[in-house]
Design a protein around this ligand. Structure first.
Ligand code: PNS
Length: 164
């Protein structure tokens, strides 16, 4: 039987418990989940690519069949290279939908055979986003319930380094 591989792409700047929830859900549907940081993002990241990749790898290391990596260029080209049949995207609120729908259809135009699968995280993570987590952390708020411990430590360390 063919291995079903899925790509879960994103900026992961940083990974939140919402992302982690989607990763765990994806492992129930696919044989192999590749969590992949986009190298060619228009956003200016807070964490470097190497830091984001390292954080991801640390968090997923004990989840069977999940690996962390990054990819240059187009997501669909990376998905094809990895022989993935689908791309996972998390959907939280209706306002996510418009852009996600556009991206999914563009990706389909670019590579017809790769499907986009939307997954909803657990309700308690609906309001979570990497940008809000960064803002709360930057302003001295508690983020320990929003991100894995290792990510919280990395956030504190990075904020200390940026303040110097
Ligand atoms: O976590 P994000 O920032 O919402 O993720 C967006 C991401 C990385 C999935 C998207 O920007 C992307 O796929 N970038 C790779 C370049 C690409 O393929 N762009 C065309 C998308 S239709």
């Amino acid at each position: 039987m063919d291995m079903r591989t899925v790509i879960y792409p994103g900026s992961f700047d940083p990974l939140t418990n919402g992302h982690l929830d989607v990763i765990k859900r994806a492992t129930k549907l696919f044989d192999r989940v590749i969590v992949a940081v986009a190298e060619s993002s228009s956003k200016k990241p807070f964490f470097t690519l190497a830091e984001r990749k390292r954080m991801l790898a640390g968090v997923v290391k004990d989840i069977p069949n999940v690996t962390a990596t990054s990819f240059p260029g187009l997501l669909v080209d990376f998905a094809a290279k990895k022989k993935a049949c689908a791309i996972i995207r998390g959907l939280r609120v209706v306002s996510d939908f418009e852009f996600e729908f556009q991206m999914a259809l563009m990706n389909r135009r670019l590579k017809e055979r790769i499907e986009t699968v939307f997954m909803m995280p657990r309700g308690k993570y609906i309001y979570l986003s990497s940008s809000l987590v960064k803002e709360v952390a930057r302003l001295g708020g508690e983020v320990s319930t929003f991100v894995p411990d290792s990510v919280e430590r990395a956030l504190r360390k990075k904020l200390r380094a940026k303040r110097r």
